[in-house]
Design a protein around this ligand. Structure first.
Ligand SMILES: [Zn+2]
Ligand SMILES: [Zn+2]
Length: 376
């Protein structure tokens, strides 16, 4: 039987098993098989395939791998790979059922883990000591992950927006690993509109903050025109449109004018169109400004640097977006740097409103709209 045919047959019969050739041409089969009403996770190493001689078989038993080879396993001389797989259960020693496993919650979790192994739907990873479990690579939600402590099921990390109190949601409704996973998958589905509303913005606007954009962020800052930026926030990811706010950041007069345009436009929001298209309509644009590719590097190096700290991007992802009302002034700085600058000045200047009073360079007025940049 040729290898392609064999692979296809194995895939049909044992969909959880992956067939691969190692560098030294040995055949390695790894994954899970379902036999006699139980899942077995195994790795089979066949150095002389299609011959079975010198095979090595590792089988997971309660999260440990036991090794089998020709020395401690009896196989028939005329067997082929299919026969070996078919008889695996008989080859393994009768598994004693230790008392601790009968009732304790701990063992239930580990049995659950074996049952939750679904490589088609997501990847499941355990650390060596089996004290952490991580689900990732969810079908259609590739960037998402969920990490829990074992056996306590305490939440360690997740990919949902930070503004969602996942810990509380899980605590109130989930008591097993399976139910936590199902709830997480349900939340991912419910958050689809949230992620979709940002997707064309991420693709078609020059998103300056956050950087890098992750599944946890619920804001986007991108340029509307020279010196003017939009900050989009979705406060409640489960109600994207209802909780969306658009803030305009830039020189005072521009902002005042554009706020007026925006409030009129919001009244005519078309729910059939996505957020990006609606915003284009509101500001009467064909597209939002994108950086000219060749210029980008140069700009970042020179023009766009902060006049206070002389860097472009700060560790928190912030870029210099603050300019002053005087269009001839060179001021371009990070909101955080400007705040710090004012904080070091004489007493009474430390309030935000006062801080954003006058340009430190030309003494022209500074728009208070920059204050929103300080709120994460
Ligand atoms: Zn700076
Ligand atoms: Zn100025």
């Amino acid at each position: 039987m040729d290898e392609v045919h064999l692979k296809r047959q194995l895939a049909l019969k044992y969909p959880g098993l992956y067939f691969e050739r190692s560098k030294n041409n040995a055949v390695v089969l790894r994954g899970v098989v379902y036999m006699n009403a139980k899942w077995i996770r195994l790795k089979l190493y066949l150095p002389h395939f299609p011959e079975l001689c010198d095979f090595r078989l590792c089988v997971q038993e309660h999260l440990e791998y036991k090794r089998y080879s020709t020395e401690n396993t009896q196989i028939q001389a005329n067997w082929q790979l299919e026969d070996l797989l078919l008889h695996i259960i008989q080859l393994l020693p009768e598994e004693p059922m230790p008392d601790v496993y009968s009732s304790q919650q701990k063992s239930n979790i580990y049995t659950e883990i074996l049952e939750l192994h679904k490589p088609q739907d997501y990847r499941l990873q355990l650390n060596d000591r089996c004290t952490r479990i991580r689900f990732c690579g969810f079908a259609e939600h590739e960037a998402h992950y969920l990490e829990l402590k074992l056996p306590s099921l305490q939440l360690i990390a997740h990919s949902l927006p930070d503004c969602i109190q996942l810990e509380d949601i899980l605590e109130n409704s989930s008591h097993s690993l399976t139910s936590i996973l199902h709830l997480y998958l349900k939340l991912l589905e419910e958050l689809r509109p949230f992620y979709e509303s940002f997707s064309s913005i991420d693709e078609l606007c020059d998103v300056l903050q956050p950087c890098p954009i992750t599944t946890k962020h619920n804001t986007r800052v991108f340029p509307l025109k020279d010196r003017v930026y939009l900050k989009l926030t979705i406060a409640d990811p489960f109600a994207s449109y209802a909780s969306m706010t658009v803030q305009i950041i830039g020189p005072t007069e521009e902002v005042a004018h554009l706020r007026h345009v925006l409030s009129e436009g919001l009244a005519n929001w078309d729910i059939e169109l996505d957020m990006h298209k609606n915003l284009l309509h509101i500001f009467d644009l064909c597209y939002f400004p994108m950086p000219a590719e060749m210029q980008l590097k140069k700009n970042e190096d020179e023009e766009q640097r902060c006049n206070i700290c002389f860097d472009y991007r700060l560790d928190n992802g912030e870029v210099p977006l603050v300019s002053c009302d005087n269009s001839r002034c060179v001021l371009k700085c990070h909101a955080a740097c400007l705040k710090e600058w004012f904080d070091t000045l004489v007493e009474g200047k430390t309030f935000l409103e006062v801080s954003f009073g006058l340009c430190p360079f030309c003494k022209a007025k500074l728009s208070t709209s920059f204050a929103v940049l300080l709120k994460n």
